[in-house]
Design a protein around this ligand. Structure first.
Ligand SMILES: C[S@@+](CC[C@H](N)C(=O)[O-])C[C@H]1O[C@@H](n2cnc3c(N)ncnc32)[C@H](O)[C@@H]1O
Length: 198
């Protein structure tokens, strides 16, 4: 597997896990994404979360939408092992998504707080190919994570359209400084939830 700070640095893994939106009182970003998904899909056969961590978002979605098969993918082995313990009924895929060989097709794929690191035409094509016809790809990102790479909202839409995605909906929200957890890195920034369809 390619070298990756998420896979190789244990302190970084803990930091990222502790600042998960799951740990905040309101889980505002997760709930916004859930709300957006529920507008479009009521029942899902196969669902994949890319960069799922220990399955925090997948489990929230699973509680709110009827899903037959949940697949969680993460590059970090410890994360996958912890996820398996918490949610044994989910299917766990330990791989760098850029190198993964997945034969299943999905009706819904999500990727929360990691897509800016995977934002190449090759990766977006790969995700497109993993979807069934009319399948949805839902992303959540802090705007600042793209801004530091000089990638604008318009650049994002252009790349998705180039691959063949239809842009279905965008919700933006501003998350205020949280006093709920000392770890919360996700505060004081704009967040975008984008719904795309094959
Ligand atoms: C910032 S965390 C976000 C976790 C979760 N999606 C959330 O929003 O709370 C990013 C996660 O993506 C995983 N990750 C990073 N690069 C990846 C890759 N290339 N393939 C699969 N997973 C990756 C990391 O191990 C980490 O668990």
């Amino acid at each position: 597997m390619k070298k990756n700070i998420y896979a190789d640095d244990e302190k970084y893994r803990i930091k990222q896990r502790n600042c998960s939106d799951y740990n905040t009182l309101k889980s505002f970003c997760f709930k916004m994404t859930l709300f957006n998904i529920k507008n479009y899909t009521k029942e899902i056969d196969n669902y994949l979360d890319i960069g799922s961590q220990e399955g925090q978002f997948a489990s929230l979605l699973d509680k709110n939408v009827k899903i037959n098969n949940v697949y969680c993918n993460d590059i970090n082995k410890i994360t996958i092992d912890e996820g398996k313990k918490k949610y044994p009924k989910f299917n766990w895929i330990h791989s760098n998504i850029e190198e993964a060989n997945i034969s299943v097709k999905f009706n819904l794929i999500t990727s929360l707080n990691i897509i800016y690191q995977l934002f190449t035409i090759e990766n977006i094509k790969k995700i497109y190919e993993l979807l069934h016809k009319d399948g949805y790809f839902v992303i959540l990102y802090g705007d600042v994570n793209f801004e530091v790479k000089n990638i604008t909202y318009n650049d994002i839409l252009v790349l998705f359209k180039k691959v063949g995605f239809k842009i279905i909906n965008t919700i933006k929200t501003y998350e205020n400084q949280s006093i709920e957890t000392e770890h919360h890195l996700m505060a004081n920034r704009w967040y975008t939830c984008l719904i795309l369809q094959k």
